[in-house]
Design a protein around this ligand. Structure first.
Ligand SMILES: *[C@@H]1O[C@H](CO)[C@@H](O)[C@H](O)[C@H]1NC(C)=O
Ligand SMILES: *[C@@H]1O[C@H](CO)[C@@H](O)[C@H](O)[C@H]1NC(C)=O
Length: 238
């Protein structure tokens, strides 16, 4: 037990050092950082996609009607949508360097996708009009988590469904949570603004205005406890 704790600390300190080194080489320049994230995602994306596949298969087949996906990246989720019951997808992706691949994925899958190159909070879509909002490993990197959750609820029509897969904070008092808190200020340089210690599920459950909230939490991808605790599920607007 003690040994495991020490291991976690050493790992965190090494990761923090690495992050400081990267940050120090002026990689905080937004464009370069986005390119770096893009490259990293090209490398890691398929693996993450694979371990999340069973979850995505069952969750994302519930995507219907008028849809908005937050930060779809390269559009790796589109293939799981129930194509015949989706009318249109609004893809809000602020990282412009991902747009070419995003639009080619949309074409391949045969979905009607409109790409919006804006931050979620500036996306200006029609409130109360969406059947489904999808967020897959995105809420860790929005600027204002509660504001983003409020906006998700705002955009849904009554009875509309928010579907999510997110990685979240470890419980307070665990060694991994300590490591998350420690690494968090640096992690944004590696993970494109990602915060690893957000209690997203708890915030969602605490909100008014949902008719039903269902959250499963599982060890979905094994490995690193820093980003591994994942939740998935749905919230239905009242
Ligand atoms: C995307 O890029 C924006 C700025 O262009 C950045 O603030 C944000 O963290 C990035 N998010 C993701 C998930 O790539
Ligand atoms: C965990 O600790 C953080 C920071 O001290 C606090 O903001 C948060 O509310 C705590 N979470 C729970 C579930 O108690």
């Amino acid at each position: 037990m003690q040994f495991k704790k020490v291991g976690v600390w050493i790992l965190s300190i090494l990761a923090a050092l690495l992050a400081v080194l990267i940050a120090d080489h002026k990689l905080e320049t937004c464009l370069i950082r986005n390119q770096l994230f893009n490259l990293m995602w090209d490398y890691m994306g398929p693996g993450v996609d694979e371990c999340l596949t069973p979850t995505k298969l069952s969750l994302l087949k519930q995507v219907t009607g008028k849809v908005v996906e937050l930060g779809p990246g390269h559009g790796s989720n589109f293939k799981y949508f129930a194509k015949n019951s989706v009318t249109k997808v609004y893809a809000v992706e602020p990282n412009l360097s991902m747009h070419p691949k995003l639009s080619s994925t949309a074409k391949d899958v045969g979905l009607d996708v409109e790409i919006i190159g804006a931050l979620w909070e500036n996306s200006n879509l029609e409130r109360g009009s969406f059947d489904t909002v999808v967020s897959n490993l995105v809420l860790c990197s929005v600027n204002d988590l509660q504001g983003s959750l409020d906006l998700i609820q705002d955009y849904l029509r009554p009875g509309g469904v928010f579907l999510f897969i997110e990685h979240v904070a470890q419980p307070n008092g665990t060694a991994w949570r300590t490591a998350q808190n420690l690494i968090n200020p640096f992690w944004k340089y590696i993970g494109d603004n990602c915060q690893v210690n957000r209690e997203t599920g708890m915030l969602l459950k605490a909100m008014q205005g949902w008719k039903e909230v269902s959250i499963e939490s599982e060890d979905l991808c094994g490995g690193m406890g820093l980003v591994n605790p994942k939740i998935y599920g749905y919230a239905i607007k009242a």
